[in-house]
Design a protein around this ligand. Structure first.
Ligand code: ZN
Length: 305
């Protein structure tokens, strides 16, 4: 069992049969159970095995907390609620309408993943409006028998929130603290459409203001070196966004730039970790896709064409 603290644990969803790609947080207390980022429907069986291993049955689960609505974090929420309609789903107000009607979300994901949508993610079912609870950040919520502070943490996604449990010092930060496997490179995940480098920096400050003892990353797991980790994240965001800008101001098509970006990133990663670890990073964050998000950011700012 993967225990973070008393009543706090997590499940490795074994996404695409690989360990250490997607982690789901579990909160157990007298007030029932809360699941933080249930992952995609394609991993639902693994999540259920994880619940069983922790002695949790679906009737115990009262809340699903979503850090954001990307498929790898929120995909299974609607499928779960259809089977267990007593569960409420908490999500930032900007993501709420897409959980109620995921048509647009599925359309834009299909443009990227095409005929691999189902194999990768499985179903993305709507969550009925009556099961949705809107968050703005700044509130305190009760879930899993404890109190969480909610902070609005955009940068990776414009509707991203993070959850802090003051009693254990654990902050569930979704993708705001990057991707980090086995203490390796802290990779800023920068997919389209709403990367915002400045907002990301402010979100890191908001997380630091909690003085958390542990950051819990969806990709992947607990990190206790909080300050150096977040400093590396911002350093690396500066580096990757800088590489993207340099490529945008040079010759070539976006496809060529995306490949060049991926190659440079792979070179950086290879100096720091094994080939197997580099491959796990690719599953968590396709590199060409990280370029598109940064390209969109720079173009919105008007500093690249
Ligand atoms: Zn994400």
């Amino acid at each position: 069992m993967n225990t973070l603290s008393h009543g706090l644990s997590w499940v490795d969803l074994q996404f695409r049969g690989r360990p250490q790609v997607i982690a789901t947080g579990l909160v157990q207390g007298h007030g029932g159970v809360a699941i933080i980022d249930p992952g995609p429907t394609s991993c639902l069986e693994t999540l259920e095995l994880g619940l069983q291993a922790n002695g949790i049955r679906w009737p115990d689960v009262r809340h699903i907390l979503l850090t954001h609505i990307h498929l790898d974090h929120a995909g299974a929420a609607g499928t779960i609620v259809r089977e267990h309609p007593h569960i409420n789903v908490l999500v930032h107000e900007r993501g709420l309408k897409h959980m109620a009607d995921p048509t647009k979300l599925i359309e834009s994901a299909t443009r990227i993943y095409r005929d691999r949508m189902d194999e990768l993610w499985g179903e993305f079912a709507p969550v009925p409006k009556r099961n949705l609870v809107s968050l703005t950040g700044g509130e305190r919520i009760e879930a899993g028998g404890r109190t969480f502070d909610v902070a609005y943490t955009p940068g990776h996604a414009s509707h991203h929130v993070s959850f802090f449990d003051g009693s254990s010092g654990v902050a569930f930060v979704g993708d705001t603290a990057g991707v980090c496997i086995n203490g390796g490179f802290v990779l800023p995940p920068t997919p389209p459409p709403d990367i915002d480098v400045e907002a990301w920096g402010q979100s890191v400050d908001r997380i630091l203001a909690w003085s958390p003892a542990t950051l819990f990353l969806t990709h992947f797991g607990p990190v206790t070196t909080v300050r150096p980790h977040l400093a590396s994240l911002l350093d690396n965001l500066k580096t990757t966004s800088g590489i993207a800008l340099e490529l945008l101001n040079g010759p070539g098509t976006d496809e060529e730039r995306g490949s060049a970006f991926a190659e440079r990133l792979r070179r950086v990663l290879r100096t720091q970790m094994t080939e197997a670890e580099v491959a796990t990073y690719v599953v968590a964050a396709a590199y060409e896709y990280l370029f598109s998000g940064l390209a969109r950011y720079w173009r919105k700012k008007g500093v690249a064409t």
